[in-house]
Design a protein around this ligand. Structure first.
Ligand code: MN
Ligand code: MN
Length: 322
């Protein structure tokens, strides 16, 4: 019917890349979204005819292990070696400080994320999918074509559902959107999983800190940021009750001081989040810390949506008064 020739260009954007394997990974100190969504993104790229392999950038926490067990999927390998001139897709982050040291020498081909854009430069135009949803898995789900969604195996649907329940704290976090709920409904049907039972087991695994020492706990979900030119570290520990860390608190605060000294950060924050009572207790170290060394913020669950703007406001006040 049409007289046009559709000329499909080959992979000419990076002609010297050939068919090298795309490395897909989430941030350092990985949470469930960083690992589950990297695995699902690599599968999606493969479905689109690109060779891709998922990696993790650290140990899997108990919650992530639980999700992989439920899915019957083996964990991706730990990323090692240089990324210089290698093609990559970033999942669940763009801040260079949250990635491997050689990230800035790599070729960023694409991003699946739901955080602020923070300092990433690319050599070439990249395929960037960043949406203000509660989870990277939701961004990926929204990016998938209907055909690819239908081909999604139950095991990967389980990983993506696990990531959404983890990031949104089973839809309790203010980061949750209607799109997250809809994606979760579709994914639980594809996975053949009862969302409520899965949520409750997942939250138990998330908040299980038995036998974990203070240093491991502080570094397990630690992220670094640059806020108003200040080097900021924020460690979050999600708990079913603040009583769980009562005994560990002195050692955690000691570790927080050590972190500030060793990294010469301007401010380090420990965020103890009580997911049952929806509040966070904050502790500070470092030269730019607020006058009060700790405070309790009712309603605060999210580092990204609540703590970061809160901290930004405090740093602004400090700047105005100094
Ligand atoms: Mn994450
Ligand atoms: Mn995430």
């Amino acid at each position: 019917m049409s007289g046009f020739f559709v000329f499909v260009a080959g992979p000419t954007r990076f002609p010297n890349l050939g068919h090298s394997m795309i490395n897909v990974f989430g941030h350092l100190n990985p949470d469930s979204d960083a690992i589950c969504s990297a695995v699902a993104t690599a599968w999606w790229l493969n479905q689109r005819g690109q060779r891709a392999k998922a990696w993790r950038l650290g140990e899997m926490n108990r919650e992530t292990q639980f999700i992989f067990q439920q899915a019957g999927v083996s964990a991706p390998e730990l990323l090692q070696g240089s990324l210089k001139d290698k093609p990559v897709w970033l999942v669940d982050f763009t801040e260079p400080a949250q990635g491997p040291e050689t990230l800035e020498e790599s070729l960023v081909l694409g991003v699946i994320d739901h955080h602020r854009l923070g300092g990433l430069f690319t050599r070439e135009p990249a395929d960037i999918c960043i949406k203000p949803f509660g989870c990277s898995a939701t961004v990926l789900w929204e990016t998938m074509s209907p055909e690819i969604r239908r081909a999604l195996p139950p095991s990967l649907a389980t990983l993506m559902l696990g990531a959404i329940l983890s990031d949104t704290i089973a839809f309790r976090s203010p980061t949750t959107t209607e799109t997250d709920r809809q994606a979760a409904t579709r994914l639980s049907a594809l996975a053949g999983i009862d969302c409520e039972a899965f949520s409750s087991e997942l939250l138990q695994a998330k908040t299980d800190i038995r036998g974990i020492d203070a240093q491991t706990l502080l570094h397990r979900d630690l992220k670094s940021f640059t806020l108003q030119g200040k080097k900021v570290f924020i460690a979050q520990i999600e708990l079913a009750s603040l009583r769980q860390v009562a005994e560990l608190q002195p050692s955690l605060l000691h570790q927080l001081e050590t972190l500030a000294n060793e990294t010469s950060a301007d401010i380090c924050v420990l965020m103890l989040t009580d997911i049952s009572h929806t509040c966070s207790e904050l502790f500070f170290s470092g030269p730019a810390r607020p006058a009060d060394s700790s405070c309790r913020v009712p309603g605060m669950l999210s580092r990204k949506k609540q703590l970061l703007p809160w901290l930004n406001e405090r740093l602004n006040e400090l700047r105005r008064t100094s």
